[in-house]
Ligand binder design. Structure first.
Ligand SMILES: Cc1cc2nc3c(=O)[nH]c(=O)nc-3n(C[C@H](O)[C@H](O)[C@H](O)COP(=O)(O)OP(=O)(O)OC[C@H]3O[C@@H](n4cnc5c(N)ncnc54)[C@H](O)[C@@H]3O)c2cc1C
Length: 389
């Protein structure tokens, strides 16, 4: 019997059903991954398939037409999606994760949540937060946005530039952070694609995760009504409540690593250079690398799934899970980088070819280091907790 890397983590019939659906989606996106990587844009065909499968509404509560995914289920599906194409998983992961955050944290008024839920479920709209700016770098560092919202009549005028806006070209709604001048606070505004003053600059020409189309969003005196100021950061916000949904990031990079691992094992089983009487899978140094890949994956995945399960099963403990969630991200993205590196060594020089998937995995997995939380913050957080104790 063939050992299936996913089986150990599928725990119910519902999960199996959801998983089967995602498996099909994942294979479709895999077929387009070379093209979207080349174009450095988010594929409209992928978006259409995600919407047709209602993947984009899975984290909505059931009464709003979703499947009310638990964190564990979210991670399980995102990881599988990323086996096909990491860029697709990371991109739709932002959207689904933000919906999960809004669902679980009551950040918006009930009416606003109902409105967006309807937009997602009935009108198949997708959204993402645009938070990063050239001057702040990662917003997790606490920099104040240079994007400004200025009172004007019955609303605000917003101007600024957001970098790294994943799916910028195809999003329906951008949730944009800005400094609100009259309140002297940072808040979040809903901005629509196509509004006057909203432009996308195609700056996304990166090493990896090119298919996320994370271009710059440029806002020039974009007029929004006051109701579109949807969240205002409070003082409390700075000591932010742990965000379970961010586990879609480690899930994504582990998915990429699984894809590389699977292809490397297949390659080792079938490649027999004429200097050997057997495929290279029987050579000790190749077996060492295969074993190491699985060791890394076992370590990272069991840790990720156990923290996700804890989040789901002990809601009263969520406030204490920040360091564990952060540690999952660091362990998983570093393990994923190591696994892809080992897979490349197994493939040898042919793994460098643009015709192989390995070189894309190698580029994509590297981006995980620059998604939040960053390694130095995680280590600092763990040290802080240890010293406080
Ligand atoms: C594929 C991908 C998709 C993304 N999608 C989105 C998205 O949809 N929306 C969005 O808003 N963002 C997105 N991001 C942006 C991401 O969340 C980060 O904001 C971005 O990568 C910048 O982080 P950084 O650490 O590289 O840069 P910086 O924060 O500028 O850091 C650069 C260097 O300075 C150091 N540094 C900076 N500040 C400090 C500090 N205060 N203390 C110590 N060291 C510091 C860092 O350690 C690093 O070495 C995406 C990023 C990637 C790679």
């Amino acid at each position: 019997m063939v050992w299936d890397v996913h089986k150990p983590f599928i725990k119910s019939e519902r999960q199996q059903k959801l998983f089967n659906k995602v498996e099909k989606l994942s294979e479709k996106t895999r077929n387009r991954s070379e093209e979207t990587d080349r174009h450095a844009s988010f594929s409209l065909e992928n978006l259409r398939d995600l919407k047709e499968a209602d993947y984009h509404s899975l984290t909505l509560p059931e009464q709003f037409g979703g499947k009310n995914l638990s964190l564990y289920e979210f991670v399980l599906l995102q990881e599988r999606l990323a086996v096909g194409d990491g860029s697709v998983a990371l991109s739709i992961g932002w959207h689904l994760g933000i919906v999960m955050e809004l669902r679980d944290e009551n950040r918006w008024t009930p009416d606003a949540f109902k409105w967006i839920a309807n937009e997602i479920c009935t009108n198949k709209k997708v959204l993402n937060r645009a938070a990063t700016e050239p001057a702040t770098g990662s917003p997790t560092r606490g920099g104040i946005p240079e994007t400004r919202a200025v009172l004007s009549g019955n609303g605000y005028l917003i101007s600024g530039r957001k970098s790294f806006t994943t799916m910028a070209d195809v999003l329906d709604y951008y949730i944009v952070s800005a400094f609100i001048e009259d309140k002297e606070k940072v808040g979040w505004f809903i901005v629509e694609r196509g509004q006057t003053g909203v432009n996308i600059e195609h700056t996304w020409d990166t090493l990896g995760m090119r298919g996320t189309g994370s271009d710059d969003l440029v806002l020039t005196n974009v007029k929004v009504i006051k109701d579109r100021l949807i969240e205002i950061n409070s003082e409390k916000e700075n000591k932010s409540f742990p965000k379970g949904w961010l586990l879609h990031i480690p899930a994504c990079y582990l998915g990429i690593a699984i894809a590389a691992r699977n292809e490397a094992v297949q390659f080792a089983k079938h490649y027999q250079p004429n200097s050997l009487n057997t495929p290279i899978s029987s050579v000790p140094h190749i077996q060492q690398k295969i074993g190491e890949m699985d060791l890394e994956l076992l370590k990272a995945r069991h840790f990720m799934y156990s923290v996700a399960e804890k989040w789901d099963q002990q809601p009263d403990q969520r406030g204490n899970l920040g360091p564990e969630l952060a540690a999952v991200k660091t362990i998983a993205t570093n393990s994923a980088n190591h696994v892809v590196d080992l897979a490349m060594r197994i493939a040898g020089g042919r793994g460098l070819s643009k015709k192989s998937n390995f070189e894309r995995y190698y580029r994509d997995v590297r981006a995980g280091l620059h998604n939040p939380p960053m390694d130095d913050s995680v280590i600092q957080m763990l040290a802080g907790r240890a010293i406080e104790d």
